[in-house]
Ligand binder design. Structure first.
Ligand code: DOR
Ligand code: ZN
Ligand code: ZN
Length: 426
């Protein structure tokens, strides 16, 4: 007998109700008639989606666990309907050596309640090949921290590896951000932060990234695109068939720089929120590959410091899906958009062979939705240690009510249970 039957599931794009059979963590059957199983969960016609994949989280573990750790971060993921997360390397120590990478794998294997993969950092060129053997999701480079000369060395090095690896990029030009920030150092109104790292810093950096990608035929993934001009450049690169993919965050999708007025440093993020002439919104989603949350938690104490002292970053794992479900209820998005942007496409870009689709043979990762639930976003209900959000007070319709990782229920009615997440690349 199989382990689990999910009964009366509503799968978007399919008529009728379905029964999904799960055995040993995999989907083994999808059919219109009931099946016997050790355990049956009746979903009462609720919508079921593949578990969401967040290709961009910062769980701060090791080294900065007062902001977040792999347990609380992954609990936040489960609470938000995410079943797989890919963690960024800017921890302490950074995940840019074999030793640090193995240490973080060990931490995540013990603490994560959802499945995970790790992005590797890049510092010492000699380490790249060694880390590659440990199967990072990608190699992440913060272009605001490096000179173009170093980037050329890195791309050259990758071009000589036996396999193609994806390079994920934070695109802001080092010199432009430094120059513009210095000009504004004496001001302390959070609003001017958008000018400290202006759109042109991103545009210059993305242009360089695309040029490097073309020249070295290197697959790149451009994180958190924030301006129209950036997206135009990326779109053109794709028309030319360069191997470039891109991501948008929920804050760049839903907010503009006007949020500095009410939220101050709580919307301070890199790249910054943009004004209405430069910002992107839902109308541009058809040119974007994935939504990545860039879940970047900090402590309240840090965020309450003055503009230049406060760190950048917004926690998003527990607000992203509700905000998107609300857009579906408003007729601005479809379930297929969510499945594409947060399941199928991230799975393709980062080679998560068993994730992102509800079909036989795939991992039994799901999120179940209550599309009628009306509620107000409150950071005090977060599992994340970062109890702030610019979306506080937003009234939304639609909520994830159950998250299932490889057949195990890890969240029900916003209670997160114990579970042992696996590395997706094992
Ligand atoms: O706002 C940001 N916060 N942008 C980044 O690129 C890093 C992130 C963080 O780690 O806090
Ligand atoms: Zn970034
Ligand atoms: Zn980030």
């Amino acid at each position: 007998m199989i382990d689990l039957c999910l009964a009366n599931c509503k799968i978007p794009s399919k008529h009728d109700n379905y029964y999904i059979g799960v055995d040993e963590g995999k989907i083994v059957e999808i059919k219109k008639s009931p099946m016997t199983a050790e355990k049956t969960i009746d979903l009462h016609d609720k919508i079921i989606l593949p578990g969401l994949i967040d290709a961009h989280v910062h769980f701060r573990d090791p080294g900065l666990t007062y902001k977040e750790d792999f347990k609380t971060g992954s609990q936040a993921a489960a609470n938000g309907g995410f079943t797989t997360v890919l963690d960024m390397p800017n921890t302490v120590p950074p995940t840019n050596t074999v030793k640090a990478f193995k240490e973080k794998l060990d931490i995540a294997s013990k603490k994560s309640v959802v499945d995970f993969g790790l992005h590797a950092g890049v510092s010492d060129l000699e380490e790249i090949e060694k880390i590659a053997d440990l199967k990072p999701a990608s190699f992440k480079i913060f272009m605001d921290l490096f000179e173009n000369s170093f980037l050329v060395d890195v791309f050259k090095r990758f071009a000589n590896l036996p396999h193609q690896y994806t390079i994920s990029l934070h695109c802001e030009d080092k010199h432009i951000t430094k120059h513009c920030s210095e000009e504004l150092k004496n001001e302390n109104d959070p609003k001017i932060y958008a000018n400290a790292r202006p759109p042109i810093a991103e545009v210059v950096s993305i242009s360089a990234a695309i040029a490097l990608s073309e020249y070295y035929d290197q697959k790149i993934h451009i994180c958190h695109v924030s301006t129209k001009k950036s997206l135009e450049l990326i779109h053109q690169a794709r028309i030319n068939d360069y191997p470039v993919s891109c991501e948008i965050t929920p804050h760049h999708l839903f907010l503009s720089d006007s949020y500095f007025d009410n939220c101050g440093n709580f919307v301070k993020t890199n790249p910054p929120l943009r004004d209405i002439n430069n910002r992107l919104d839902l109308r541009y989603l058809n040119k974007i590959d994935i939504i990545g949350t860039d879940h970047a938690p900090h402590s309240m104490e840090e965020k309450n410091k003055d503009l230049w002292e406060a760190p950048s970053g917004i926690p998003n794992l527990e607000t992203t899906l509700p905000l998107l479900l609300n857009q579906i209820n408003n007729g601005q998005m479809s379930f297929q958009d969510i499945i594409w942007l947060l399941c199928e496409k991230p799975s393709q870009i980062f080679n998560l062979a068993h994730k992102g689709r509800i079909s036989v043979g795939m991992d039994a990762d799901f999120v179940v939705l209550d599309m009628d639930k009306e509620w107000t976003i409150k950071p005090e209900n977060f599992y994340s240690k970062a109890e702030y959000t610019p979306f506080e007070g937003f009234e939304v319709k639609g909520m994830p009510i159950m998250t299932i990782v490889r057949g195990n229920v890890v969240m029900e009615d916003n209670i997160v249970f114990k579970n042992q997440g696996h590395c997706v690349f094992d």
